[in-house]
Design a protein around this ligand. Structure first.
Ligand code: KIV
Ligand code: ZN
Length: 498
């Protein structure tokens, strides 16, 4: 049996059904173009009868991409099929995806029908779709809870009617991996004309089984997988493209092949997450922020010795530059030195001791220290070393019922001087004290505070511009304490006055 597995992406159809994730046509085209770069075989672009917006998206995506087949969803209803065919008129390769429920629940309670009538309607829909396109896929909705013998009967009939891809959706995410795998194996063995079609998996993640079920389906003979970027989809989502593709790649002994350019995975994930305003959980497999982040000292040491000690996937394979060593208060000097080296800073001896101490102070206040924090620490450490004026200590009193007052101690080439001043706020008080100490007429022209990373315990970055005798001087510092960062940045600018 051929081991090529076709990737059918339904981010723009099943994924887009998620409340709050709706995209406009321009955004859908952007995602479709990225899916083409990623190398998916089929893009399910929408459900054209459902709205003019969906219809238009299928039309525009058909025009915008060349390589993937463009697929449009329908119910087993003539009007749906006609509208889908119309929406696909510009597709280089168009597919109609039609189907009907086959489980006892759907037959009785949703469709108020019976088994024989469902077979007839399924066959009729496939034949009608074949009048418009060569490529017809049939879905047996709720196949996960359908009786296998009945499912085999429906499938034999729709293949005979002209369907070349048969989708076996676990619509409610009910199946266990063994059960779903056995369902596919049953169909492979009991549908006499199954060799005329490809079986496709379409798993939902209600029990967290979507990826496992999909792989069980492939192992048992399915050769198309229906997936979404980041596992986006109704309720707990659909099978995630990146998990299935990378599981097959990591287990290369299984010898399944796809045309996915895995280096485009992270880019695709970020694009979908941003446009659909759906953040990816930090520990999400493959694309989560922590998927390649090592934080414990033992793992960091192991990864520095040999990446494969703790990694089964090379981050570069999914478009992540490198694994990140997340530095915490438990990280050693070697991990810090290595990380700084990767970022372009080489510190040894006392310099390293100094920055390690600052790093520990920061790590005590933050759960983890990110690259951006280190860049700021390393940058301001380098600058401090070149400075003859430096802040020795700072004490401020501030609050709603007190006059803000600051006591600042500054060393000038080793000699320390102290001054106390009050002001409109703690920063104003500290700057007034600094001005008194430096005995220079400096005018603060610009003052900008930014949080570097995410939360209230992150580093604050301060940029200041001061004017002295018609010249402008620029200063910078970063510290978890924004008042300290402000005074350091102010002194940095002042120290540059000749
Ligand atoms: O989950 C499902 O059954 C579906 C079908 C419409 C293919 O999304
Ligand atoms: Zn679905």
């Amino acid at each position: 049996m051929d081991n090529r597995v076709y990737i059918f992406d339904t981010t723009l159809r099943d994924g887009e059904q998620v409340p709050g994730c709706q995209l406009n046509t321009i955004e859908k085209i952007e995602v479709a173009r990225q899916l083409e770069k990623l190398g998916v075989d089929v893009i399910e672009a929408g459900f054209p009868i459902s709205s003019p917006g969906d219809f238009n998206s299928v039309v525009e995506i058909s025009k915008a991409v060349t390589n993937p087949t463009i697929c449009a969803l329908t119910r087993a209803v003539k009007k749906d099929i006609e509208v889908a065919a119309d929406a696909l008129k510009y597709a280089k390769r168009g597919r109609i995806h039609t189907g009907i429920g086959t489980s006892p629940y759907h037959i009785k309670y949703k469709l108020n029908s019976n088994e024989d009538e469902i077979v007839e309607r399924a066959v009729e829909a496939v034949k009608y779709a074949r009048r418009f396109v060569e490529d017809v896929e049939f879905y047996a909705e709720d196949a996960g809870r359908s009786d296998n013998a009945y499912l085999a009967r429906v499938i034999e009939a729709v293949i005979a009617a002209g369907a070349s891809v048969i989708n076996i959706p676990d619509t409610t995410g009910y199946c266990l991996p063994q059960e779903y795998g056995e369902k596919i194996a049953y169909l492979m063995n009991h549908v006499p004309n199954v060799d005329k079609a490809i079986l496709s998996t379409h798993c939902h993640n209600d029990l967290g089984m979507a990826t496992a079920n999909t792989l069980a389906g492939v192992v048992n003979g399915a050769r198309q997988v229906e997936v979404t970027i980041n596992g986006l989809g109704e309720r707990a989502g659909n099978t995630s493209l990146e998990e299935v593709v990378m599981a097959m790649k990591a287990h290369h002994n299984l010898d399944f092949k796809t045309e996915i350019d895995t280096r485009q995975i992270m880019k695709s994930s970020k694009l979908v997450s941003t446009l659909m305003r759906m953040p990816v959980q930090a520990n999400k497999a493959i694309v989560g922020r922590n998927a390649f982040a090592h934080s414990s000292g033992i793992h960091q040491d192991g990864v520095l010795k040999n990446r494969e000690n703790y990694e089964i996937i090379d981050p570069a394979d999914v478009g992540v530059k490198e694994s990140s060593i997340v530095l915490t208060a438990r990280s050693g000097r070697a991990a810090l030195k290595h990380r700084l080296h990767v970022l372009g800073y080489d510190f040894v001896g006392d310099e390293l001791d100094d920055i390690y101490q600052q790093f520990l102070d920061l790590a005590d206040q933050k759960k983890d220290v990110a690259d951006e924090d280190l860049e700021a620490l390393a940058g301001s450490e380098k600058e401090k070393q070149d400075r003859s004026i430096r802040l020795e200590s700072l004490q401020v009193i501030a609050g709603s019922s007190t006059i803000p007052t600051a006591t600042v101690a500054v060393s000038f080439s080793g000699d320390v001087f102290t001054e106390t001043a009050s002001g409109n706020g703690p920063i104003d008080a500290a700057f007034t004290a600094v001005k008194a100490l430096v005995k220079r007429k400096v005018h603060l022209e610009e003052f900008l505070i930014q949080a570097i990373t995410r939360g209230s315990n992150d580093l604050g970055k301060v940029h200041v511009t001061v004017e002295h005798k018609g010249h402008t001087y620029y200063g910078f510092s970063a510290n978890v304490d924004i008042i300290t960062a402000s005074v350091e940045a102010f002194l940095d600018a002042i120290s540059k006055i000749g």
